[in-house]
Design a protein around this ligand. Structure first.
Ligand SMILES: O=C(O)[C@H](O)COP(=O)(O)O
Length: 427
């Protein structure tokens, strides 16, 4: 059995959204998979949680985040190829625009206008910053656009990840951070979430880095040049989701499911997840390339991979960013582009090779465009294969809400469900 598992990042909206992307998008290729399919809804983590992509994706790949989540920081570090040491703390970071005097956040993504070249130059100005009078050090790596990874290291003492975020848009709740729809737009200094010296020290180092980085970045030539061109300055670094090296690695994907898996993903965090669970990773460069060109290459690589692997996991970022930016038209365009430039060539390629994989199609979370943030809403799920009886007229929330799969709680249940369904029904 071959499975093509495709995740449309943030594509779902909320029942209360005035317009819903999947309901309105012109997606004939995705919908054509409904001719032999079953569908339902899924809470990728659990009801009441507006998940971030990282632990939602870990769940979709069959790993219950309550058991296996190491924190977003380490997953971003794994994806960025940073060698963490025991005692380090890693965090997801954003370049942002702030008022240096008041720490008010003007834009927590620098208006999505930062090029990766600029980000790399700015990163090198704060990478290696000595903290705690030389006893500690900050390692910083720019990844994609406004995104980066911060690793805090102390020469003599272990650091704890029990520290709060300086990014106010995500609130730490136990091991997980949840997206907030509303928040005070000011950098929040980090607090230790335990009385251990390792947490107190880590929070102090994070705050020292955060405040000194503003001084360094605000006067950096890259920002002076950006300002002279009327662009926002990337003069601050917001951090969230601290984590430490997990005590042990999770069971490998092939060991867990008996399937040889490979991933084709676009963000560093998803590449980190692939490495964390032992999925092989096919890298398709996205930066500086037209979306259409990237989708067509991803489709070609997926078809090729189906000849070698049992499960090909494809994670397409497209709809999430316009969702965060409050653009219904942007989300609609993103889903239609994916249908036209990824699914159309994918289905052609599969048919020309005489392959008959099953499809699992879903989202990692809803990013309702009218909220501009992830929501706790369940997302639609469709499982399709020529041997399945049943049909789904449209991959959308309203259709899947009444689908035969019902509502699944926990994305980690999808692969076992698909395997059992396909084993029973596939002739
Ligand atoms: O785009 C990403 O990296 C995340 O999905 C959203 O993170 P952000 O809100 O910091 O952009």
């Amino acid at each position: 059995m071959k499975i093509l598992y495709v995740v449309l990042d943030g594509a779902a909206d909320s029942p209360s959204s005035p317009r819903r992307t999947l309901e309105e998008a012109n997606k004939p290729n995705i919908d054509s998979l409904g001719s032999h399919a079953v569908c339902g809804m899924v809470y990728t983590v659990k009801p009441g949680v507006a998940p971030q992509s990282d632990y939602a994706t870990l769940s979709l790949l069959g790993y219950n985040p309550e058991e296996y989540y190491p924190g977003r920081g380490p997953l971003e570090a794994f994806g960025a190829g940073i060698e963490m040491r025991r005692g380090d703390v890693a965090l997801r970071a954003n370049f942002a625009t702030v008022d240096p005097g008041t720490l008010r956040i003007i834009d927590r993504r620098v208006g999505r206008s930062l090029t990766s070249r600029e980000a790399r130059e700015l990163a090198s100005a704060v990478d290696g910053m000595e903290l705690e009078e030389g006893e500690g050090v900050a390692l910083f790596r720019a990844t994609i656009g406004h995104r980066g990874v911060l690793v805090l290291r102390h020469r003599r003492k272990p650091l704890s990840d029990a520290i709060s975020n300086t990014d106010p848009a995500y609130e730490r709740r136990g091991r997980f951070s949840v997206a907030l729809e509303k928040y005070e737009p000011y950098i929040k200094l980090s607090n230790p979430l335990s009385t251990d010296e390792s947490a107190v020290l880590a929070a102090r180092m994070l705050n020292e880095f955060t405040l000194r980085a503003i001084e360094v970045l605000d006067n950096h030539p890259v920002n002076k040049a950006r300002e002279s061109r009327g662009l926002l300055k990337a003069n601050a670094i917001l951090s969230r989701d601290a984590g430490v090296l997990p005590q042990e690695k999770p069971p490998g994907f092939q060991e867990k499911f008996g399937l040889r898996g490979v991933s084709i993903v676009e963000m560093v965090v998803e590449r980190g997840i692939a490495r964390y669970i032992g999925l092989e990773d096919i890298h398709v460069e996205i930066e500086g390339r037209a979306r259409e060109e990237v989708y067509r290459e991803e489709a070609a690589r997926a078809v090729e991979a189906l000849e070698t692997y049992d499960l090909v996991y494809v994670h397409l970022k497209g709809p999430d960013e316009p969702g965060h930016d409050g653009s219904f038209e942007g989300k609609l365009k993103a889903v239609e582009e994916i249908d036209k430039h990824f699914f159309a060539p994918l289905l052609d390629g599969i048919s020309s090779k005489g392959l008959e994989p099953a499809f699992v199609i879903t989202s990692d979370h809803a990013t309702p465009w009218d909220k501009g943030a992830h929501s706790a809403d369940p997302v639609p799920l469709m499982i399709s294969h020529p041997g399945l009886r049943g049909s789904v007229d449209r991959f959308s929330e309203s259709t899947c809400l009444s689908g035969g799969l019902g509502t699944i709680i926990g994305g980690y249940r999808i692969i076992p469900k698909a395997l059992s369904l396909l084993k029973d029904y596939v002739g």
